[in-house]
Design a protein around this ligand. Structure first.
Ligand code: NAD
Length: 365
């Protein structure tokens, strides 16, 4: 009998609906190839939800997401909603969704496609073969710990305060996601901290080291964050999986992402334990090109591949989709953001069609 999954689709705003439609077509082909029955349910988020209901994350959307096996999001936001109060802006919907699903682990791969090597700002010999996964803690650390705020002091000066705190259990749960992720990759995990200066990092390092005993097949190393930033740009190929806290992960995942040079190619996953995971491209809603059939749908398609791998535990189906993206690039098909001389310029729909042709050819070959 076919394996069944219920997928919530959140197309959102701007280019969202255009790229989501390509990802859904791809998943339908995956369904045929791997005997998987996807039941798609579309829900509102972001500006589209504000227009329809007055709220960026309607309760019905969160409930639909919670009932599903995985949530595939495109992007939210746009000029139209930029002047609303912050709690009513599209971005508030995304933050509420992450909180509502308890997503504490953010996975951001930075993989360079050989066909796009010249899109990187680094030398080809430095980035060729780069394939890194940054696992970032998403709901703790300095962005959330208390005390936080701007307080008056006795001298009359104001003092801004944030607190970087992690409990052992918070470290352990992100550590487990990271070890499991490394295990599915090349088995190397680098934990990044600032243990030479910060006590919170000393606890982080201690817990990661203890956890390593449970994962003898994963090789754990530690690196200070300043060195990690430097090494990512100097010799990125030394990294396989990186695990780090919220603040360091925010910065390092952007450095790792830009190694690949093209925002239209970058997927991400956010995972929790109680609820389904959320899978979305790193880029935003690109209002400057929305509705013009110019968007690159491949980050959305690669997000669907991450959904198959990390959300639905269908690694073969994920490989099939990722190889399809590799093969379509091999045919010289390019959207505007990754265009280079001698390549074929396609719109969003035509890129989707080219990809489906490649995937269908695999089914019937
Ligand atoms: P953006 O990522 O939307 O766009 C940055 C640039 O990259 C633009 O020139 C855009 O055309 C281009 N781009 C992005 N995705 C592309 C794709 N798939 N194909 C081709 N080109 C692509 O970032 P921004 O302009 O800073 O933000 C626009 C809106 O998106 C804002 O409202 C912002 O709040 C929102 N945003 C949403 C998310 C999200 O949904 N997770 C993330 C970032 C920004």
């Amino acid at each position: 009998m076919a394996q069944q999954y219920r997928i919530t689709l959140l197309p959102g705003d701007g280019i969202g609906p255009e790229i989501m439609s390509v990802a859904v077509d791809v998943l339908k082909v995956v369904g045929k190839k791997f005997d998987i029955d996807f039941e798609f349910e579309e829900a509102l988020i972001g500006g589209a939800a504000i227009d329809a209901t007055g709220e960026p994350l309607p309760t019905a959307t969160l409930e639909t997401c919670r009932r599903s096996d995985a949530v595939l999001l495109a992007a939210i936001g746009g000029y139209k909603w930029d002047n609303l109060p912050s709690h009513l802006r599209p971005e508030a919907g995304l933050l509420a969704l992450r909180a509502g699903l308890g997503l504490f682990a953010n996975l951001r791969p930075a993989k360079i496609f050989p066909q796009l090597i010249n899109a990187s700002t680094l030398k080809p010999e430095v980035v060729e073969g780069v394939d890194i996964m940054v696992v970032r803690e998403l709901t703790g650390g300095i962005y959330f710990s208390k005390p936080k705020g701007i307080f008056a002091t006795e001298t009359g000066q104001k003092r801004g305060v944030n607190t970087m705190a992690y409990t052992e259990s918070e470290i352990e749960r992100i550590g487990r996601v990271a070890f499991e992720t490394a295990r599915q990759r090349r088995g190397k995990l680098c934990s990044v901290d600032k243990a030479n200066v910060l006590e919170v990092s000393q606890l982080w390092r201690d817990r990661m080291t203890k956890l390593a005993a449970e994962y003898p097949d994963v090789e754990l190393s530690h690196m200070y964050v300043d060195n990690a930033a430097m090494q990512l740009v100097r010799a990125p190929k030394q990294f396989d999986t990186i695990v780090t806290g919220n603040l360091f992960g925010d910065i390092l995942s952007d450095i790792a992402a830009i190694l690949t040079g093209s925002i239209g190619m970058l997927p991400s996953a956010s995972l929790g334990t109680e609820n389904p995971g959320l899978f979305e491209p790193v880029h935003g809603s690109a209002p400057d090109i929305a509705g013009q059939d110019k968007a690159n749908p491949l980050a959305q398609v690669l997000s669907a591949a991450m959904m198959l791998r990390y959300g639905l535990k269908q690694p073969q189906a994920a490989d099939f989709v990722e190889q399809g993206v590799f093969k379509v690039l091999q045919t010289n098909a390019r959207t505007g953001d990754i265009m280079s001389p001698g390549m074929k310029l396609l719109g969003c729909q035509a890129m989707g069609k080219a990809l489906i042709e490649v995937l269908e050819a695999e089914i019937y070959s």
